[in-house]
Design a protein around this ligand. Structure first.
Ligand code: AVI
Length: 312
């Protein structure tokens, strides 16, 4: 296990600063405590949420072609690898020289590395414990290798476009000239389908969003009353993103870590953006970050793309 930039827990600081802002805002990376991660897995199974299903179908159909495009003796570096379940199709087709999963959760990395080692005895795994969205460095063992970054699931959509550009530029530097990136992008589609994907009738996404308050109550001695907030999700067409908010139903005061914050009735705390791109928009963004788009695999049934970008 490579321990890179130590993972600093800024939950308390970020929540207190976010609650003091106008409008209030908490970064979406804090959704993923244990219950939040389980709720996210449940979201991925929802008929209204196409990303996981459509990307998996694309990988099933094209993983051999993708592997041929990525080339031989590749070091495959996966950002935010989680349980690496999405990566299996690619690992099997590519048989990389090394698989380098990067994740913020050391427990998840250890568990996943053990599972993968049993499943694929031929696979060399060099796990990296780091927050990939923060500054971190490639472990020296990867120097000199042909490196390809893998970022599935349209997680890039949770960055604002400028953050996404900075992230892509750092990935381009990390893989180096001739290296590449395979990335999954959720594409623009009709407003109704987009809204339903983030406000499903079973209320799983609502629970996922409200779980942030449960986490604040538990870890930061908060006293949020969940029934006084509601999940709101809508497509902001001008910005090309789905927004999620937690809206206060009443005028109320909330305590967190010994500090008090007021909410007026109807006030929304912004918890997530999920940007949707056209393929052309995204490829343009990638170009400004130092990548040349090389291949596209498009899903037929739902607008989703896997793109291969090469670092200049
Ligand atoms: C992780 N990320 C790509 C998901 C998305 O679609 O933006 C997170 C999510 N939020 C609500 N539903 C799913």
């Amino acid at each position: 296990m490579h321990v890179q930039a130590p993972v600093v827990d800024r939950f308390r600081e970020d929540v207190l600063a976010g609650l003091a802002r106008v409008p209030k805002r908490v970064p979406p990376k804090y959704f993923y405590d244990e219950r939040g991660s389980r709720l996210f897995e449940a979201i991925c199974e929802l008929p209204e949420y196409p990303i996981t299903r459509v990307e998996t179908a694309l990988m099933q159909r094209h993983s051999e072609e993708m592997a041929a495009c990525l080339g031989k003796d590749v070091w495959l570096i996966e950002y935010g690898s989680g349980n690496s379940r999405k990566s299996r199709l690619l690992l099997e087709a590519l048989r990389p020289a090394v698989y380098m999963p990067i994740d913020i959760s050391v427990e998840m990395l250890e568990r996943t590395a053990r599972e993968l080692a049993l499943r694929y005895p031929w696979l060399r795994i060099e796990a990296v414990w780091a927050d990939y969205a923060e500054a971190w460095e490639l472990p020296p063992v990867a120097a000199g290798a042909r490196r390809v970054a893998y970022f599935p699931g349209s997680s890039i959509g949770n960055f604002d476009p400028e953050e996404a550009r900075r992230f892509l530029a750092s990935a381009a530097r990390l893989v180096g000239a001739g290296g590449g990136m395979l990335i999954g992008i959720d594409l623009k589609r009709g407003v109704d389908r987009l809204t339903r994907a983030y406000d499903d009738p079973q209320g799983v996404t609502a629970q996922f969003n409200l779980n942030l308050l449960v986490r604040i109550n538990r870890e930061l001695q908060g006293d949020f009353v969940l029934e006084r907030f509601r999940h709101v999700a809508f497509y902001n067409e001008a910005r090309g993103r789905v927004e999620m908010h937690l809206q206060s139903i009443t005028h109320q005061q909330v305590a967190v870590a010994g500090r008090r914050f007021g909410f007026f009735a109807g006030e929304a705390m912004h918890t997530e953006n999920s940007y949707k791109y056209s393929v052309e928009e995204f490829e343009e963004l990638a170009r400004t970050a130092g990548f040349s788009p090389r291949r596209r695999w498009l899903a037929g049934e739902d607008p989703f793309a896997v793109l291969y970008l090469e670092a200049a």
